[in-house]
Design a protein around this ligand. Structure first.
Ligand code: HEM
Length: 736
């Protein structure tokens, strides 16, 4: 359905049946509300030089000329003096620089033509930048590439959608479900609806996200562990960097004048219950890099996803051919690994990260190396690195078997087919085991997320954009931060408790993994340790001790970072999403009775000036859960819609039939058998039993713990990939 573009920021219609529809990007040459694109139109004032008509008072229109766009861009370029691309390919820093120029260009035009937020959001993007000097700077990757249909995905996600090749691709901007809420309509962080500043993110966190340590009654640590792993398949916000060092700027130790322009440190109140003990008044925070939209359109600031949006297992392989190649052995379709513990009869670990060894972990000495995987965050903590390890092992296990079954396949063919199967497994486990627990049956049903048990589907809808929404990346999918326990337990392979370590000690410290048997102890621990509930309580390990350094007794606060990140990205308030999700927005505090617990509501009343100010993340994790779900209605809606688009907007979706990428019926049935428990059984060293669904605590009746050799945990039968030389395979050139 077309959107009404005359809507204001505060008047977004909900879908009649309660399910919001996608905000379609405007296609060129159409009329949207009062703003008229003038590609082929002569206008009264400026003839062919008029890029956009803006309605003014008394029915008179004024014209934004192409010339004024050129002047605004050139003067921003001169004023900002940002470095241009060094090589032929655009890096995220290059995109950021051009993005900043476009933001400044939009700001100048908004000032010159006195544009309001509605016009900035709706009118500026309609200007045909291809007719301006901007076109000469707009990188080729944002222009339309020639797509061909192949069996395997491109690493960078390009050409998944043949009509919109950039949808879901790397370095594209996050999608918006609602117009950005920036104080100036362009890029400045949100302020209160009262016109005052919002309370600082740390103040909100300290009052509302204390550590009460409530456990979930059913889910194990495998649930947040898998949740984070697949987050790293879908989103990675681009950081602003110092061009000289490629490092994230430091802000707190500099005076405001000396700070990097992206610095936006979080103010800590003087009476903070924790940081005041250490005299801390400032928490590091750097605004994300600026993104670009197709053809480098003008408008409010965009922000970009460095990795592909679709669930394609890029955390194993990377989102570029360059990264993928670094991880490959180029032999037998295998990934590189480290066989240091082979002599003990133990399976391979991930290879050591020899390039930029200090990025992403804190090394105890120069001889220790953290691990190399497809995602740069793999070493962040032990849950993540353990799952990365078993997914690498699963790739190699499947590759060896495929090579055995098809001795005539070369390295490339084995590698690409294994990568294709791994992406299917990630999709299947996510929709079969993870989402039903997180969202519950009703939401799964409402958004069309329930999997078919048999047959091929034709789920693909080329009008659906799988690009991750800002509100998912910067708020809703961070629901997982509430689930994290304070310690991570190790259990023996026979399910006896062994010990536990504080989470903060394990951050950026994956080196435990080198200890013989330790990986197994964690993998067994995750299925025995219960996770925290999704609620307003967040462990102090994350709210006071995140990435604590050296001898310090304090670290950063992830809850504050989440809210600051939401404001950084122009995420509107919780109330705006209530409206978007078909719920009534709160006009008075009383309207929120029952939405949150009374305690939570009381705390919000002391924290915020009005219900219109509440940050999306804090409210989303604090909502009372919907029946059968771990999350409440607003997070359920944002996640439901996002996961719907990831299923229906992915041409390579594993259940789809009729494409060269489609699995055969029998192969699909094999993929449908895979469970995370099977992957743990096959890729741990000595674990001999697991409950059928490892994200849920064992229960003799509904989730029994069974031996790994039991037929209740069937293994994917790769015999169905025996290749008698089907033409549909042989015609396909390997991608990349
Ligand atoms: C111990 C576990 C975890 C730690 C230490 C952690 C830490 C972090 C940190 C430091 C950030 C960046 C914050 C910022 O500056 O904006 C982040 C982002 C994020 N986290 Fe977590 N996280 C954990 C678990 C999870 C889980 C379980 C989920 C979801 C189920 C999750 C979802 C996200 C998402 C969606 C982002 C945004 C990522 C991006 O695209 O850049 N995290 N997390």
């Amino acid at each position: 359905q077309p959107q009404r573009y005359s809507q204001t920021l505060w008047n977004v219609p909900a879908h009649p049946n309660g399910i919001p529809h996608q905000l379609h990007r405007p296609s060129p040459g159409k009329q949207f509300g009062p703003f008229q694109q003038t590609r082929n139109h002569m206008t009264r004032q400026d003839g062919d030089n008029c890029a956009m008509n803006i309605p003014g008072r008394n029915g008179r229109t004024s014209c934004v000329t192409y010339e004024s766009v050129n002047v605004a861009f050139n003067s921003a370029k001169q004023r900002m003096n940002l470095a241009g691309p060094k090589g032929r390919t655009m890096t995220d820093i290059d995109v950021d620089h051009l993005g900043q120029l476009l933001v400044e260009t939009s700001r100048s035009l908004a000032r010159e033509y006195n544009l309001n937020a509605d016009a900035i959001h709706n009118a500026l993007p309609l200007i045909d930048t291809q007719r301006t000097v901007i076109d000469g700077f707009c990188p080729a990757y944002l222009k339309r590439p020639k797509c061909t249909i192949k069996r395997y995905r491109e690493y960078n996600g390009m050409c998944n959608n043949l009509d919109h090749p950039h949808w879901g691709a790397t370095l594209s901007s996050y999608r918006r479900l609602l117009p950005a809420d920036y104080a100036d309509g362009i890029s400045e962080p949100r302020i209160s609806a009262t016109g005052k500043e919002l309370p600082t993110a740390r103040y909100v966190s300290a009052i509302n996200h204390r550590d009460y340590g409530f456990h979930d009654h059913a889910v194990t640590v495998y649930l947040p562990a898998w949740g984070q792993l697949i987050d790293h398949d879908m989103t990675l916000g681009a950081e602003s960097k110092e061009p000289e060092t490629d490092a994230e700027p430091k802000c707190c130790d500099k005076s405001p004048e000396q700070r990097h322009p992206a610095c936006w440190p979080i103010e800590i109140p003087h009476d903070d219950p924790f940081y005041s003990n250490f005299g801390r008044r400032c928490m590091e925070f750097v605004r994300s890099a600026t993104g670009l939209s197709e053809n480098c359109k003008l408008g409010p600031r965009n922000t970009m996803n460095i990795i592909t949006s679709t669930l394609d297992a890029n955390f194993i392989y990377g989102s570029s051919k360059e990264t993928a190649d670094k991880l490959r052995r180029f032999q037998g379709g295998l990934l590189k690994s480290n066989s240091a513990n082979h002599h003990l009869g133990l399976k391979d670990l991930l290879p050591p990260k020899l390039e930029s060894p200090d990025a992403g972990c804190v090394r105890p000495n120069k001889d220790s190396y953290c691990f190399l995987a497809g995602d740069s965050r793999a070493n962040q903590q032990v849950m993540l690195i353990a799952l990365h390890t078993i997914m690498m092992r699963e790739h190699n296990r499947i590759a060896v078997e495929l090579g055995y079954i098809n001795p005539h396949w070369n390295d490339e063919r084995i590698y690409q087919e294994t990568r294709h199967i791994m992406a299917a497994i990630v999709q299947h486990i996510t929709y079969n085991e993870f989402l039903p627990m997180v969202l519950g049956k009703d939401i799964m049903n409402r958004y069309g997320l329930l999997l078919s048990k048999q047959g091929m589907g034709s789920f693909y809808d080329p009008t659906v954009d799988p690009t991750i929404p800002v509100s998912f990346f910067a708020a809703a999918y961070r629901f997982g931060h509430s689930l994290i326990p304070s310690t991570i337990e190790r259990w023996s392979v026979t399910h006896q408790y062994v010990g536990a370590r504080r989470l903060s000690e394990m951050l950026l410290n994956p080196f435990d993994m080198y200890g013989p048997g330790t990986c197994d102890q964690y993998l067994a621990g995750f299925m025995n340790q219960v996770s925290q509930a999704v609620d307003d309580s967040v462990t102090e390990e994350l709210t006071n001790h995140l990435f604590q350094e050296g001898q310090n007794r304090w670290g950063a606060d992830l809850a504050s970072l989440n809210m600051q990140r939401g404001r950084d990205h122009g995420v509107p308030s919780y109330n705006a999403y209530r409206r978007y999700c078909g719920l009534s927005p709160a006009r008075h505090w009383d309207d929120l009775a029952g939405v949150f617990t009374n305690d939570t509501l009381r705390r919000y009343i002391t924290t915020y000036d009005t219900p219109d100010d509440i940050d999306l993340w804090t409210a989303g994790i604090s909502e009372r859960p919907s029946p059968g779900s771990m999350v409440g209605p607003v997070f359920g809606c944002i996640m439901g819609e996002s996961f719907r688009n990831l299923r229906y907007g992915d041409r390579f979706w594993y259940e789809n039939g009729g494409w060269p990428s489609s699995f055969k019926q029998a192969q699909l049935q094999e993929i449908r058998k895979v469970k995370l428990s099977r992957i743990v059984c096959d890729n741990s060293d000595n674990i001999e039993s697991a409950q059928v669904y490892v994200m849920v605590l064992p229960d003799p009746k509904v989730n029994p713990r069974v031996p790994c050799r039991s037929s209740i945990l069937p293994r994917i039968n790769l015999e169905h990939w025996r290749d008698a030389g089907e033409p549909s395979y042989n015609n396909v050139r390997p991608s990349g």
